[in-house]
Design a protein around this ligand. Sequence first.
Ligand code: ATP
Ligand code: MG
Ligand code: MG
Length: 531
Amino acid sequence: KSGGKKESHKASFEIDLPEAEMGKVVTRFPPEPSGYLHIGHAKAAILNEYFAHQYKGKLIIRFDDTNPTKEKEEFQNSIIEDLALLGIKGDVITYSSDYFDKMYELAVQLIKEGKAYCDDTPLEQMRAERMDGIASQRRERTVEENLKIFNEEMMNGTEEGLKNCVRAKIDYKQPNKALRDPVIYRCNLTPHHRTGTKWKMYPTYDFCVPVVDSLEGVTHALRTNEYRDRNPQYEWILNALNLRKVHIWDFGRINFVRTLLSKRKLQWFVDKKYVPNWDDPRFPTVRGVRRRGMTVEGLRNFIISQGPSRNIINLDWSLIWAMNKKIIDPVCPRYTAVDSINAVPIKLVDGPATPITEQKPKHKKNADVGTKPVIYYNTVLIDQADAATIEDNEEITLMDWGNVIVKKINKKDDLVESIEAVLHLEGDFKKTSKKLTWIADTEDKVEVELVDFDHLITKDKLEEGDNFEDFITPETEFRSKAYADLNIKTLKKGDIIQFERKGYYSVDTPYAKGQTPVLFTIPDGKQGSKK
Ligand code: ATP
Ligand code: MG
Ligand code: MG
């Protein structure tokens, strides 16, 4: 929004795009509509948008929909919504499937020029041959034979067609295995969510991406550097088809400790009912972290601060939550809640016998947040944990009220059952060591449910060969009850608040008659917090 902010973002980027001309840069974000957007995708989307704006160019949002088995309209719609949530609109939305006709023609062209062949080598054998640098027995099929298989068998998804795929004839002995005749077309009989049953064969990612990038005028294709070995393959395809070149620009994937960023694995958690859905607050999806209390600004600041780093790092969640805290702390209203289990009543002998309501600031350091009613009454509730530390005759401070002097502590075993005290409002709160949160014990208090979460995975970093299913955290949801002050009734879903001395919370279920409000703990990045 502000020019100054953009500047500081730029300063954190050490690298500019190669041969980027002001006004001419075109980038693209190509999600496959096979799941909801996660925080890794958010990095890719934000970086692409960042560069498009930086160079006053264009951002294409392209649905990379070439695998009907995994893709759904539901995912497509959710991706558009989530991008909007992140403030990313894109100048156009396109679909790889819009280019199926064109890609078909180009595949025919490759076959005709002897640059691609049909292969029915069984999958396992093909994999082994690629590993060992052995030529496929089908590599020298004639152009006529290849065209016939492609145009008749594969095109119609016949039994013979299903056995075949098309491979680019690059070099079966290349040290870079990505160049060992990669598959560029394969059959799939599942109806496509946009083109229906028109096609029985689809281009692979490796063929589709360079072709569509080039056709759409992309100048800079940002890719995570796990694809680096496939860059020569990308270039080969453009060369072989005589298509306009595209700059490939690598950046590092982001990963987080004890977190899976794979749509397939996230889908598994949904299918196995470890979480009810993709927007679960334990999920690293855009929806999940938003529900957990992540602000769009916090998320964007975090991604931009990571910049286009090429290191693949396993980040700690505390970094991103600490950044979020900086955004929410100065503006979120502050209320009070007391643990309802074993809450301790303090009887203020000379306190107001009927409740008195006063307007107080919602945020002591930010008057713009407004005011809230606070109820004063001769019985207040405090946390058992606080009560347990109070000594006979101690002078304590009730926050935003004043000092009181404890006269009597009634205990049963180790539990404090009640306390009697007298007001000492002229006392100096600077001289007391305990400043306690409290709420008036009137009918206006509201019982709420507070929920905290743990990571779904027990191991910081899953290694190659680890099966994630062996590292499932047994318990990841922790619920507790509290009494909150009456202001909780005014909150809406998604509101972010602080309960003083407890922490930050996001309202997930707002108050309604007969319905307990539910609030999620927002991690604040401090050591010891769970996420
Ligand atoms: P997943 O493994 O979750 O299915 P993907 O890479 O297959 O991820 P796509 O929808 O194809 O999912 O990805 C869209 C874009 O997001 C790609 O450009 C991809 O490189 C990028 N991306 C995916 N995961 C990450 C990540 N962890 N960090 C950075 N970028 C990512
Ligand atoms: Mg993908
Ligand atoms: Mg992936």
